[in-house]
Structure formats: C-alpha cells, structure tokens
Design a protein. Structure first.
Length: 276
C-alpha cells in the first residue's frame, strides 16, 4: 500500500498485529533486506504480537523519488509524519539497517517518548565515509562458487560478502540486489552529495535513552565498521552491543543463526516487559 504526503507516495507493507515495529532499510536497497532477516524471527510463535511495518524510502524499491527530499533533515521530518499518521500515538519499536540506522536516530531524537525499543543492524554512525574507522575487507569463508560467477550481480557479491556460499548468494540476490537493481541512482547520488548527513549532530542528546536497544555490528564490516558505534552507546543506557566475527555489512546474512537468535531474544524481552 502507499502513504501519500504532498506528491510523495511512499510504499509500505504491514504484517501481523500488535505493537508496531517500524523497519528502516539502508541506502540503495529496499524493504526486502528487512523482511528477509526479521520476518523469520517475528513470524515465530514466541514473537507473536507485533505489527511489522516495512517501508521503501524515497528513490528505493517501489517509492519514487521526489525532488524536494534533498537531505536527511527533510526525510526525517517526512518519516515522523508517517509515524503520526500510520502508527499514531501508541508506543512502537524502531529497527534500522545501515543508513536506516542513521535516520532512526533522528526519529528517536524527535519521538523518544513514544519509542519502547530500538534495534540497529550495521548502523551508519559517521555519515562521511572518509572519517569512518573501517577494517579491511576480508572473506572469512568461501565455498566453491564457480557456477555463480557468470551471474551479473556476482562481482558485487564477491566484493562485499564475508561469507560466500550458495545460501548467502541466494539471499544476497533476493534481499540486497532486489532493491539495488531498481533504485533511482541519479536521485540517490545527488542526495548523497548534498544531504546525506543531518545538519546537526544526531547523537548529541540532552538526555540518555532508557528503552531496550541492541546494536549488531560486523567485525569485518568495511562499509560502516564497528568501532564507531562504541562512541554512541553512552546515549543508550539499556543497550547491548554485539560484534559478530566472520560478518560484514550484511551480517544478518553472513551469520544468520546468531543474528536471528539474539533478535528473537530482544523481541521476547520487549514484549514481556516494555511495550504493554
């Protein structure tokens, strides 16, 4: 379905009923990267009672770009309007992946009283790539992938995935490249040049946050790294910080079982103690 705001038509899907969970994907990808890693968790009986809201950000997936969304400040304001109209005033959980994790922190700053939990997957901490503390790319596991090498997306996969197996290739195709292949590259390049970062420091806060939070970071993530995230943990007093080895910027694919296990624990904890 679509949510309309001025001439923006933002696509989103909902699954289940209960406490809302707003999912924000990263740059160039779309909602499939979030459904792929979190639906296997949230569809389990132990995690019943959540209404998952998967959206496509402007210029990505099924949401067309609009010229007036020029920076993170504007996009964050749009997302707050979306929350007010689609979620309303009830408590909700926020999940952000990569750039979605950066935008999520802007939403937390604007709506902290309404948020009852947050989950970050390889979040972008420092918007300027040149200033990030990054490890070198390293393949930690590689199966015989010769039969997939001729595929058009294989070079992207080989240069980004830390665990290279037929299973991670299939997930990369359906969860990552499904969005990348339809993204509005011209819009996203212009946005990245002129407005990728918030105008102010999104992590400079007056009061710390007390709702449960979990950070997932990849030890071999050469896109956003893992060390920079340590610098914002002080803002989240009730947080856990997991650095997974043999995991890159798509750690939820590289280390599927570990990610799903800890994500499941997080949602069970939230349901039992916070979002009532």
């Amino acid at each position: 379905m679509y949510w309309c705001y001025e001439d923006l038509q933002m696509y989103y899907e909902t699954v289940g009923e209960g406490v809302p969970v707003l999912m924000l994907h990263g740059y160039y990808v779309d909602h499939h990267i979030m459904t792929g890693c979190l639906e296997p968790v949230l569809e389990q009986a132990e995690c019943a009672g959540y209404k998952r809201i998967y959206l496509d950000l402007p210029g990505m997936g099924k949401t067309k770009s609009v010229f007036w969304i020029k920076n993170a400040d504007i996009l964050s304001e749009v997302l707050v309007h979306f929350i007010h109209e689609v979620i309303g005033e009830q408590p909700f959980i926020l999940a952000g992946e990569s750039y979605g994790g950066y935008l999520a922190r802007g939403i937390i700053k604007a709506c902290s009283a309404q948020i009852c939990g947050s989950l970050f997957i390889c979040p972008c901490i420092i918007p300027d790539y040149e200033k990030r503390d990054l490890p070198k790319f390293q393949v930690m596991e590689r199966a015989d992938m010769q039969e997939y090498a001729p595929e058009k997306d294989y070079s992207d996969y080989a240069e980004s995935m830390v665990v290279q197996t037929p299973k991670t290739w299939q997930r990369y195709e359906t969860e990552v490249m499904a969005g990348v292949n339809v993204a509005d590259s011209m819009f996203l390049q212009e946005y990245q040049r002129n407005g990728y970062a918030f105008s102010g420091d999104v992590d400079q806060v007056e009061e710390t946050y007390h709702f449960p939070t979990v950070f997932f970071a990849g030890r071999q993530d050469d896109c956003v790294g893992f060390k920079d995230a340590c610098g914002i943990l002080r803002n989240y007093e009730n947080s856990s910080f997991l650095v997974l080895n043999a995991a890159g910027h798509n750690l939820q694919i590289d280390q599927e079982e570990i990610f799903q296990d800890y994500a499941k624990r997080f949602f069970i904890k939230i349901k039992s103690s916070v979002c009532k």
